[in-house]
Design a protein around this ligand. Sequence first.
Ligand code: 1Q0
Length: 215
Amino acid sequence: ADSTGPEKFSLQEVLDTFRVCLSEDEHVSLEHYVAGWRGLVKFMNSLGNVFTFISKDAVSKIQILVNFLNGENGSHYVTIQSMVKYELENGLVDVSKRGTHPESGCRTLLRLHRALRWLELFLERLRISKEDGKTSVMCADAYNESLSQHHPWVIRKAAGMAFCVLPGRPTFFEVMNVGSTEKVVEMLGEAVPMISKVYKITEDLYVQNNLLELP
Ligand code: 1Q0
């Protein structure tokens, strides 16, 4: 099935994608990582038009990575580990300032990686929230603690406005399409550690290769 289609979002599906993206030896499959993001974008789009400015950027980053995957050097892009090795060894990354490789796989993935940290923090807040918890506050707190540090003022401002119109916790849980509140909470309890594992492996890889500040 086309994962960008309008069919109903299911958190379970996204969860499964992030699960299979990790191999036993802790390699992260780029194809599945990207598929996980597609699922998240689908979720965002089902929340309404206000969020398309956010999902648009994610979509274009996903597309850049898909193009590498399907390109003539696709075999080097099977895992994020092989991508990093290949791009660095072949001088395909603008390391300190933008130059001839403004859209390397490494810098593109870094943007999604930073957003994944936001997601991890947000989902954990959602998991432990009470019935009357405000998603806008959870979302903003998670953002301020992570992704916002990489965004200029204008984007922080726009993100802040988007958070204000986020639907409430009940709608949110409903769109996840998992079932009762208890079920959602249970599923989040599975999702968060998994996402955080993928995050940690990527983070370690980027630290080792000194890639956390790619322009
Ligand atoms: C549901 C509410 C979503 C709130 C998302 C928080 C992020 C808000 C800020 C995003 C602004 C994006 C505008 C563009 C930013 C770029 O400048 C920036 C840097 O890229 P570059 O090329 O200029 O260096 N791009 C990024 O930082 C990438 C940001 C991608 C954000 C994608 C967030 C999509 C998240 C969707 C998941 C929502 C699902 C929540 C619950 C799911 C339950 C399983």
